[in-house]
Write a protein that binds this ligand. Structure first.
Ligand SMILES: Nc1ncnc2c1ncn2[C@@H]1O[C@H](COP(=O)(O)OP(=O)(O)OP(=O)(O)O)[C@@H](O)[C@H]1O
Ligand SMILES: [Mg+2]
Length: 471
């Protein structure tokens, strides 16, 4: 139990005392370093970490009191215990003043000494646990920071615990704001790579042409702006983890290179010939419909299978039941604390309003809603009036969608449906008339005709419109 603790430093000029105390402590599982003078003790204290210092009051050179005073200055955290044969209340007071956490008059029963030492050991363990917890909080990626008690969220946490210590590639699929990044972070934090780098790359935020050199680096002169050699992020991440966010936005040519990298960790820098190799674990996420992207030929199926060793699917918030309230209370606490306000409570009607909402922006939306409520609300309770008008927002978002009222005629209803379908196909094909026509299995001419009839030509960017007219 005590083997992971640092040793105890014992300073006493009496050899027998050193031997018997060391034996007593060793019997209880403590490691002990013994020295006969304060000077030797100081030397060791410079070099090593100790659980505590136990010193006799009267030593050959520097006294035990002096040793306490000097050590207190250099190592204010270190617990110190003084033992002495010349015990008087005055000397006891002096020892405490010099920085001893306690004072034991000789002769003492072994249990008395062990009581002190055990207390120090407990304190040491607590401090260590606290430090570890703090570290996790700072990185923000502990398992405990993933809030939710719904069965699906419990399952996500369990899966994280199972998969984190492995080297398995992970694909995280879910709507925007469902916590994909949080899952990736927790997977790294709980892995044996946790002490090594965690590199996050947002594939959608980096122009396609630069993404390859960002990932794999480039040699000097590889392209006009490559003035010197640049290491890739995969090299930076060696021994650690790379999280490729929005991987659905990666170009097909880069997907092929990523596939090769995933096979054996090998890659070449842009403009280079040398084959390099690193040990990196890959986590990837996307909020796109990846299966549709494969069907549309935007995403390589082989890469999908290679990434999909373990799949996480954080569910949309609207499917997590009362987690909405748990999360709301969690964010309330967080924002109130950071703004120095007393923690607000959630009034019942406000909670019902949160439960009734559809949450298209998922946890991120809820977080924003609570942040706004905390900022605007001067009272200790969040009421419905401090929350947005969700109904109005939903209506605004759906202003083009059918309102539920019956259309005037079947033709009108069909035209509405046709317009929605064409618009969706255009959007998915980045408003390219060619690709959309191909996808819908109609000629370009026919598509343009329908678009004109349904007055959607204005929704197409002029560039694409020209492309369509020219062909
Ligand atoms: N279960 C959860 N518990 C606590 N906070 C959460 C949880 N899920 C998400 N969050 C918080 O919600 C916000 C959005 O989460 P995150 O960035 O991980 O979403 P995402 O799925 O990566 O979204 P996007 O697809 O838009 O990148 C973050 O502030 C995150 O800390
Ligand atoms: Mg994200």
């Amino acid at each position: 139990m005590t083997c992971s603790l640092p040793p105890i430093l014992l300073v006493d000029d009496e050899k027998n005392m050193r031997l018997s105390l060391a034996a007593l402590l060793a019997e209880d599982g403590y490691a002990v370093e013994t020295v006969e003078s304060a000077e030797q003790g100081e030397q060791l204290l410079e070099k090593r970490e100790f659980l505590m210092l136990i010193t006799d009051a009267h030593l050959g050179g520097i006294s035990g009191y002096e040793l306490l005073t000097r050590t207190r200055k250099r190592r204010p955290e270190l617990p110190m215990l003084m033992i002495t044969a010349y015990a008087t209340p005055k000397l006891a007071a002096e020892a405490i003043k010099a920085g001893a956490s306690d004072y034991l008059p000789k002769p003492f029963a072994p249990e008395e000494l062990l009581l002190h030492v055990n207390r120090c050991a407990e304190r040491h363990k607590l401090l260590r646990e606290n430090a570890a917890l703090r570290e996790k909080v700072v990185s923000g990626f502990s398992l405990a920071s993933i809030i939710g008690e719904s069965p699906s969220m419990r399952a996500q946490r369990e899966l994280i615990q199972t998969v984190a210590p492995t080297n398995a590639t992970v694909l995280i699929l879910g709507e925007s704001g469902t916590g994909k990044e949080l899952i990736a972070g927790a997977l790294h934090s709980l892995s044996n790579r946790a002490k090594n780098p965690y590199i996050r790359i947002n594939c959608a935020a980096i122009p396609e042409t630069l993404l390859e050199s960002e990932l794999f680096g480039h040699e000097k002169g590889a392209f006009t702006s490559a003035l010197k050699q640049k290491l890739g992020r995969v090299e930076e991440a060696d021994g650690g983890t790379i999280f490729l966010d929005e991987i659905g936005d990666m170009s097909r040519s880069l997907q092929a290179k990523l596939l090769r990298f995933l096979e054996d960790g090998s890659f070449t820098r842009v403009g280079g010939n040398e084959e390099l190799r690193v040990s990196v674990r890959l986590l990837a996420a996307t909020n796109r419909d990846i299966i549709q992207a494969i069907r549309d030929n935007h995403f390589r199926e082989d890469l999908y299978h290679r990434l999909n060793v373990v799949q996480f699917r954080p569910p949309p918030l609207r499917e997590r039941g009362a987690d909405v309230i748990l999360l709301a209370e969690h964010f309330l606490k967080q924002f109130c604390n950071s703004l120095g306000k007393p923690v607000m409570t959630l009034a019942k009607p406000a909670a019902s309003k949160l439960m009734a909402h559809h949450w298209p922006g998922n946890v991120r939306e809820l977080r924003n809603v609570i942040e706004r409520a905390v900022i605007l609300n001067p009272t200790p309770q969040v009421l419905p009036l401090h929350l947005p008008d969700f109904e109005l927002e939903t209506k605004l978002r759906k202003n083009d969608a059918p309102t539920g009222a019956l259309p005037d005629s079947l033709d009108e209803a069909l035209a509405g449906l046709e317009k929605q379908l064409i618009l969706a196909a255009l959007e998915r094909n980045h408003f390219s008339i060619n690709k959309t026509a191909e996808r819908l299995k109609v000629t370009r001419h026919s598509l343009r005709y329908r678009m004109q009839r349904l007055s959607i030509s204005s929704e197409v960017s002029p560039e694409n419109d020209n492309e369509a007219q020219e062909k």
